[in-house]
Design a protein around this ligand. Structure first.
Ligand SMILES: Cc1cc2nc3c(=O)[nH]c(=O)nc-3n(C[C@H](O)[C@H](O)[C@H](O)COP(=O)(O)OP(=O)(O)OC[C@H]3O[C@@H](n4cnc5c(N)ncnc54)[C@H](O)[C@@H]3O)c2cc1C
Length: 464
């Protein structure tokens, strides 16, 4: 049901699970983009180190194999807020690193022969109402302030690129690429293996206990494969499980560091050349509407439209389960939304529907942390901007762990401490209220043609 996993170049085969206790230098938990980029750059920084990746299911099972395929320069914290928190120079540096990383990521995939349909076409945000146009203008000014090359688009300029129904204007941002995420993450895993990293799949980490470098005591990761528990002794343990983090026991961090919030996607069948002639979209730009609720779309390399959005409920106690990957109401809204953007889709089949959890920290700050004393490292909390961010996280983790001071270790996310989320039931009530507000706000604006009062009132509580 996940388009990306169903359209790999080769059938998905699982790697072998762990069958022995191990003694290694670095144990990475999680076979998604974060874990694999970390393995990739650690291999370069520490060529002699013995590195293993422990993955509960298979590489790309998590958000990395399910996402919207936007390799964007988006950073979850808005530029203005970042300036207040870390100063103008460091905030500009963040923006600069993320912008640069979009083409770098493409070059890195190409260097390893990974064909993941990378297309550096930029991003278009479309406004369909005056109120949305106001938000687009605010986004333009914010981008200008951050030194980004955003371009305002008139109604006709939007239509010239994409025949988006009801568009009144928009914004083009250069730094965004489209990818096929599952091809990217699985290709990266093969590249990492070729470089000498061992990946164990179907190997579930049950708990992890970091060691103590002062007495050269290694940490212990308890891993289960086929019902048998193995121990991996590791100098460094890297937790790269993003939205899944609350499900693993660790004495070093709270299970309330991030919450899993679901984003869902659907995709059409491949569209005919006649339909594409009408729609245009020949530049492969990633696409969104300036609504309150986050939506995102891409024209896939095999000529479908894949569209996703938030709105699925948060489950009590950060629960994650396969049933949450599908939600008839949210998937129905996504299909309706796609048809309202492109009425030509009315008779087109939507062949796939899926979803997955992404990680959000309490202050919406992503984190890459490393504790030199016990060798424990962690990265995640990208708030849905994880494709490029996980690439930068891999570089940051490698430099932090290898002890190399660099522009990455000076980024504000290095060792950033987010506050914990509230205990239940407050967390459940607050997150679901926030998600509902964004849905209501869009409806309110459609009905009143005025800026949503409810969204304005809640904006300071809802992050960026
Ligand atoms: C539907 C959807 C759409 C998205 N769209 C975009 C987008 O367009 N652009 C963007 O930038 N970001 C997007 N994101 C966010 C982005 O995909 C993630 O932030 C990013 O992939 C996180 O990568 P990761 O490696 O940290 O985590 P994941 O890819 O989630 O990997 C974590 C891995 O840990 C494994 N794991 C979990 N528990 C255990 C355990 N106990 N033992 C061992 N392994 C374990 C999981 O099986 C999983 O493979 C989207 C996310 C979703 C869900």
């Amino acid at each position: 049901m996940n388009l990306w996993l169903e359209s790999l170049d080769a059938p998905l085969q699982h790697r072998a699970g762990i069958t022995d206790d191990l003694d290694v230098d670095i144990a990475i938990v999680g076979g998604g983009f974060t874990g694999l980029w970390a393995a990739h750059f650690l291999r370069q920084e520490m060529p002699g180190a013995k590195i293993v990746v422990l993955e509960k299911e298979f590489v790309g099972f998590g958000a990395s194999g399910r996402n919207g395929g936007w390799a964007s320069a988006l950073y979850p914290v808005a530029f203005d807020r970042l300036v207040i928190e870390v100063g103008e120079e460091r905030a500009r540096n963040v923006r600069e690193v993320w912008r640069r990383s979009v083409p770098e990521l493409g070059a890195e995939l190409a260097r390893h022969g990974i064909d993941a349909g990378y297309s550096y076409g930029g991003n278009i945000t479309v406004a369909r109402t005056k109120v949305q146009m106001k938000r687009v203008e605010a986004e333009f000014l914010a981008a200008e302030h951050a030194g980004e090359g955003a371009v305002r688009l008139s109604r006709d300029q939007v239509k010239d690129r994409i025949n988006f129904s009801g568009a009144v204007g928009g914004l083009f941002i250069r730094e965004c690429a489209r990818i096929h995420p599952a091809k990217a993450v699985r290709g990266l895993a093969s590249a990492v293996e070729r470089a000498g990293v061992k990946i164990y799949e179907e190997s579930e980490v049950l708990s992890l206990r970091p060691g103590a470098s002062s007495v050269a005591k290694k940490g212990i990761v308890k891993v289960r494969h086929l019902g048998i528990i193995r121990r991996v002794h590791a100098t460094h343990i890297v937790e790269a499980t993003e939205g899944f983090l609350p499900s693993i026991n660790s004495p070093t961090r709270s299970n309330r560091s991030v919450v899993p919030v679901y984003s869902l996607m659907t995709a059409t069948e491949p569209l005919s050349p006649e339909i594409w002639n009408e729609i245009g979209w020949s530049g492969n730009e990633t696409l969104t509407e300036a609504s309150h609720l986050i939506t995102y779309a891409q024209r896939t390399a095999d000529n479908r439209i894949a569209i996703g959005g938030r709105g699925a409920p948060y489950f009590f106690n950060s629960k994650i389960s396969p049933e949450q990957d599908r939600d008839p109401v949210v998937h129905g809204h996504l299909r309706e939304l796609a048809r309202s953007w492109f009425p030509l889709l009315r008779d087109v089949n939507f062949t796939h529907a899926w979803g997955g959890p992404l990680g959000i920290s309490r202050d919406w700050h992503p984190t890459v942390s490393f504790n030199e004393t016990n060798g424990y490292a962690r990265a995640g909390g990208y708030v849905g901007d994880g494709v490029t961010s996980s690439y930068v996280a891999g570089r940051t983790l490698a430099d932090l762990i290898s002890g190399k001071e660099s522009e990455f270790t000076r980024l504000p996310w290095a060792n950033h401490q987010s506050p914990q989320w509230e205990a239940e039931p407050v967390r459940w009530l607050a997150i679901n209220a926030g998600l509902k507000v964004m849905t209501w706000a869009d409806r309110e604006e459609r009905l009143t043609h005025k800026e949503s009062l409810i969204a304005r009132a809640m904006a300071p509580l809802l992050g960026h």
